[in-house]
Design a binder for this molecule. Sequence first.
Ligand SMILES: CC(C)(COP(=O)(O)OP(=O)(O)OC[C@H]1O[C@@H](n2cnc3c(N)ncnc32)[C@H](O)[C@@H]1OP(=O)(O)O)[C@@H](O)C(=O)NCCC(=O)NCCS
Length: 165
Amino acid sequence: MPHTIVVETPAHAAQIEGVLDRAFGPGRFAKTSERVRERGARHDLALSRVALNEAGNVIGVCRIYAAHAGGALLFLGPLAVDPRAQAAGLGLAMVQACVAACRAGGGSAIVLVGAERFFRPAGFTLADANRLTLPGPVDASRFLWLELRPGGLDKLHGVIGASAR
Ligand SMILES: CC(C)(COP(=O)(O)OP(=O)(O)OC[C@H]1O[C@@H](n2cnc3c(N)ncnc32)[C@H](O)[C@@H]1OP(=O)(O)O)[C@@H](O)C(=O)NCCC(=O)NCCS
């Protein structure tokens, strides 16, 4: 299915909700990642990406939040592709677009909760769960990070929450 990946804008919000509901189902708000967002992490539209189909409708989303834990970090998620458009490379393409935007924007590191096998091609590895924790239970084998520049992980420690203002 032909698609384009663009910067998220407020105009995409309603269609994004539909994609998230269809991709995640009712468990969507129970995730520990949701606690990071509730703790005041700031949604960064300029670093977030949506995938549009030929008709211009949203078929995928990858959101980036500005968060903090000892130092500034970027939190990736939710990532979702409409079930009808899955397994065509869209999920990974959106992640790679977000990683490039975060790096170009001067970010130090990206943290997320997800399948290591899926995120490995974009450069993510297992995070050090002794240094960095999430505000809720998380399977350590799904707690991943990516350093965006040398030393980008050095300051990170503690519970991930809102970015310092
Ligand atoms: C996970 C999700 C975003 C992947 O998007 P997608 O467009 O279907 O994935 P891609 O086509 O880019 O897949 C790239 C590779 O990752 C693999 N992959 C896809 N989903 C995976 C998963 N959940 N676990 C491990 N590997 C996965 C694919 O098999 C593919 O590998 P291959 O190239 O060797 O075949 C999508 O399936 C989805 O929305 N799922 C429901 C919501 C969800 O679980 N979000 C992720 C939370 S972190």
